[in-house]
Design a protein around this ligand. Structure first.
Ligand code: FAD
Ligand code: SF4
Length: 337
């Protein structure tokens, strides 16, 4: 029986799992395929529902993980092979400095999500016009102080690639209603002369303070919410024209915009099926890692000794990824003790 745990993925779910195990006397190897920890959280400027400083929080959590004894962090490292069973796995880890073999008792998969490139949505002019960006690109623009100035008009479009069986995914990405409200508020705070419009199908905001946050976008920041699916975004000189149907009044509606922001789908992490194949665990129909029992064992994979944490199981916000990281850590500690 090995007392070590391998954590795959250095986003907030993996960082939390590693911290909790080490703080409780366990040993962790945390592998991250990129050069830095932080995952998608590190790409955000602010976080809903309180507009907290994302960089400050994620940097603090990374530093805590780095300063905690018992955690070995291996950047640019991926899993190449696994053998053995719960309590007694042998793993092959590959990095630019070569391959190394380790003996671990438990494995936590925290490989996160990938943000869909909405290239299939040619009707929205994504990839054709530099003024049509994804919500993740909007975060980058905000962090770099590049949001439109003056009396700019910015349109936010919900459900791009989600709830769309034809061109995207059937599921709802769960948090884009909330982060689009965050973006509209960020826009109004950065530039009070701007106008923000949100096209939605229906609002899904289940979480403490989320509903109130979206209400504030409407009532405090005067963001205009229009119920209707956007049909087309057309370039017209230096502007964009957004065409939709207002489904509440049944009329076509047109908004001139300087920037259009697409709330694209959160999809399974790249290579999730290959990673699942190496680990010998199940994925769902989309490629997210499959929970053994979604209601009562959300952190258990289909194989004993391999646990799941965060958005590699389904789209989720930071608080849920942190909660799952903690739960996966406690399951791993229970096993190796
Ligand atoms: C536009 C946008 C805005 C958002 N705004 C908010 C917000 O305001 N508030 C909020 O609560 N949430 C927000 N979120 C959601 C937030 O980003 C996620 O909840 C959070 O990043 C999930 O953390 P995670 O650790 O599960 O996954 P990730 O952040 O995706 O981290 C996974 C990590 O695993 C690594 N990895 C993947 N595969 C492997 C592998 N095979 N081997 C090794 N490493 C691997 C990745 O490189 C990455 O570092 C937003 C998301 C988006 C897209
Ligand atoms: S969270 Fe909102 S924007 Fe995102 S897919 Fe669900 S309904 Fe659409």
């Amino acid at each position: 029986m090995s007392k070590k745990t391998l954590v795959i993925g250095g986003g907030i779910a993996g960082i939390t799992a590693a911290q909790k195990i080490a703080q409780n006397g366990g040993e962790v190897i945390l592998i991250e395929k990129e050069g830095e920890l932080g995952g998608n959280f590190a790409k955000l400027a602010y976080t809903f529902p309180v507009l907290a400083d994302a960089k400050m929080i994620v940097t603090r959590e990374i530093q805590t993980a780095k300063a905690t004894s018992g955690i070995e962090i291996l950047p640019q490292t991926e899993l190449r092979g696994v053998s053995g069973s719960a309590g007694d796995f042998t793993v092959e880890l590959n990095s630019p400095s070569g391959t190394r073999s380790e003996h671990v008792g438990a494995i936590i998969v925290a490989a996160g999500f990938h943000y869909m490139e909405p290239t299939a949505y040619t009707e929205y002019s994504y990839g054709r016009s530099p003024k049509v960006v994804t919500s993740l690109e909007f975060e980058k623009m905000a962090a770099e102080n590049r949001l439109p100035k003056g009396n700019a008009r910015v349109v936010f479009v919900h459900c791009v690639g989600s709830r769309d069986k034809a061109k995207g995914y059937r599921y709802c990405s769960k948090i884009c209603c909330s982060y689009s409200a965050k973006h509209a508020i960020m826009m109004k705070k950065a530039n009070p002369d701007s106008k923000a419009y949100v096209f939605y199908i229906d609002i899904r905001a289940l979480g403490k303070g989320y509903e109130e946050f979206i209400r504030d976008a409407m009532e405090v920041y005067n963001v205009r919410y229009i119920r209707g699916r956007v049909a087309k975004v057309i370039e017209s000189g230096s502007k964009l024209i957004v065409r939709a149907e207002d489904s509440l009044i049944g009329n076509p509606v047109e908004v001139e915009a300087d920037l259009v922001v697409l709330a694209s789908a959160m999809e399974p992490p790249e290579g999730s099926r290959d990673l699942a194949g190496i680990l010998g665990i199940a994925t769902d129909e989309y490629g997210f890692f499959q929970e053994a029992e979604v209601n009562v064992r959300p952190c258990h994979s289909s194989k004993s000794g391999i646990f799941l944490a965060g958005s590699c199981t389904q789209p989720m916000e930071i608080a849920s990824a942190v909660a799952m990281g903690g739960l996966a850590a406690s399951e791993a500690l229970t096993l190796i003790r």
